[in-house]
Ligand binder design. Sequence first.
Ligand code: DCP
Ligand code: MG
Length: 348
Amino acid sequence: MTRKIIHVDADSFYASVEERDDPSLIGQPVVVGGRPDGRGVIATANYTARSYGVRSAMPSAQALRLCPHLVFIKPDMAKYRQASEGMHQVFQRYTALIEPLSLDEAYLDVSDSDAYDGSATRIAQAIKSEVRDSVGICVSAGVSVNKFLAKVASDWEKPDGLTVLPPHKVEAFVQDLPLRKFPGVGPKFSQRLADDGLAVGRDLLAVSRRDCVRRYGSMGERLYHLVRGIDERVVKVSRLRKSVSVENTFSEDLSDLPACLAKLPELLEKLEQRMDPHADRVRSVFVKLKFADFSQTTAEGALETDLVHSCQHYLTQAWERNPGSVRLIGVGVRLGPVEWGRQLDLDL
Ligand code: DCP
Ligand code: MG
């Protein structure tokens, strides 16, 4: 059964969100990242800034030398997370099989989607226009029979691209595809392939499976299949944890706020241990109280300065709603859908 995979990737993601919120930026070279006077680096550049050679991960000072009128914007992760969630809400209208790769990038398997008579191309068009309407940013999409080709396709006509590689076009497309576009082929490996006289798919097609493996090991095996348009990797729905919390019911009710606050350190010690593996996905903090009369309330908000202060703040807020005896305190964090991914020293 031929699958229908869509890869979606927002165009200059952080910068597009900033342009949406401040249209005076449109047409100017804009970067999101650290200030050029420190050791900051660029997280992303809009396409105008890219025309000056400015790129992600470049030191901000170097970017400013390339483009003296470059506009620098400080990253606002909360905003980008929200935009990412908006994108996912659109994806979910078409399939539950969504694999996020980062905040702005995801694979969708729409093989079993009924929308638009099952046309993956029209689903991809709809996703592009719905993201534009509801999130206010532009995404590029690639449609094909597997992850490898869908991802190459989404990058093919960026920005605002929609590239479709139906089964009958795969062979010709891969023949002319530079090997550096294959997943797992970085600059070093692609140089090695070039030294061996292999530049595009066609060159690799001439190499037997045995020789591929003998020369390049497991990567050779993988390339042998990719160049034949074969990539069986499934779209993995990440069953990511949505929250981490700990709670304690006390043998004797806590009679006032200071007594409650005094219980926080031991709860937080446990919470910190449990949330450690998920620390880069923390979106918000909450404190739950159950009172002697069995009513309960939860106060929740952003992680401020640190976990201790945030919990003290939300505990106080919750307690003040019903000042009285407390029988249970719970503390926890809610987690976002995707890892923060590339952690850069933005040096703000
Ligand atoms: N990002 C980052 N550091 C990097 C690369 C990216 O902080 N070295 C952030 C900023 C990007 C976002 O991740 O906006 C998405 O990364 P992409 O690689 O998809 O790049 P863009 O979306 O910015 O541009 P495009 O996809 O149009 O090439
Ligand atoms: Mg992107």
